[in-house]
Ligand binder design. Sequence first.
Ligand code: BG6
Length: 472
Amino acid sequence: MSKRMGFKEDFLWGGAVAANQVEGAYDVDGKGLSVQDVTPDGAMGRITDGPTEDNLKLQAIDFYHHYKEDIALFAEMGYKVFRTSIAWSRIFPNGDDEEPNEAGLQFYDDVFDECLKYGIEPLVTLSHYETPLHLSEKYDGWKDRRMIGFFEKYARTVFNRYKDKVKYWLTFNEINSVLHMPFISGGIKTPKEELSDQELYQAVHHELVASASVTKIAHEINPEFQVGCMVLAMPTYPISSNPEDVLAAKDAENTNYAFTDIHVRGQYPGHLLRFFAENDIAIQFAEGDAELLKNHTVDFISFSYYMSVAAAAHPEEYSSGAGNVIGGIENPHLEKSEWGWAIDPVGLRIVLNDFYDRYQVPLFIVENGLGAKDQLIQNENGQYTVEDDYRIDYMQQHLAQAKEAVKDGVDLMGYTAWGCIDLVSASTAQMSKRYGFIYVDRNDDGSGSFNRYKKKSFNWYKKVIETNGENL
Ligand code: BG6
């Protein structure tokens, strides 16, 4: 048996975005409002009564009208895959409508056709922090079991429509984040402080059942479909070798792993059942839920990876890590990004190995990258660009660790760099937190030409893809 020493031949290289962070056109061609249209300050910020002018996402980078130009640039980099999401409220403006909105469906036909023209496979997230606002206001989002039916109808509609265009699907973006940001992630309007664990975990259950149910529907519609779950991966290290700290880290990881446990093993893990028992949480299972979870598990695990954290038995004795939604304490061994996110390439190797050891299913890194401030300059030929060596360094180091994990035996399907074109940040709703290989001229105050410019990292990534990651 020969050992794999690099990325597989058909490795899916590409980039990732989410509809709400790039498309703009928030009320165009029949689109309804989503939770993003009322959160101008980002994931944890205020919720406004309606769309407000200071909300950059309303226009974002206007991918809605620039997708041809943008996809051509992705093709120039050699992408094999492009991850985006479908804005649910373009298809069902209210979420509980009888009929879908044809103009919304047509838009994604056009986007996917444009990808396929260049041999780029679309990788599509069904729900990326974009719950239709009406579902949030009328049903309190995923707290209500009726959401499962609305989501099934939406998923069935897009699976049927794009069954010959899209093969790779993800159900919920970072499904584990609903515990931390119930509104943006789960459309739950009740403020987090007022939600009981019972309500929160019941909402989680609804999402998990919905995820299994649409996985079933997907496979019925096209047995070739590959359906993945998507989780926010966050290795948690013990702050010391004190067994109590080690246990604290394990507990934190278990809470996070519960989501993949259920998606892959098809049942709730023991530690979560214990947590329920000790906290008087009784999850209401409807008839058939347990069978759905058991029999319709995912084909692969996809995840985002940006950073790791540390944990301690007595966290109050340490300073807490900034910037991440899951929380944890600061790791003194790691440098941080301008937004306080710990930079930990080795953590990517660790998390890849952990996932693979635990489940032995294919893995897909569908988000990774560095949010940083960029400076647009003119080079000697008069062209605008950004000398983003810091971004190249970050990605180079992370990809090197991903390659190590492949050598360790991990089955890795692909890598899509987050925010491959600059977009509006999810946590802070800023434009200035840039991730892209392509600079978009738009500023935090909303000004800008929306012109696109290639950064230095554009050519670097092109080479990486050309050499299938041999040349990092
Ligand atoms: C993930 C989300 O949490 O991280 C993305 O799936 C988000 O939507 C990305 O953009 C980076 O976070 P941020 O807050 O820097 O945009």
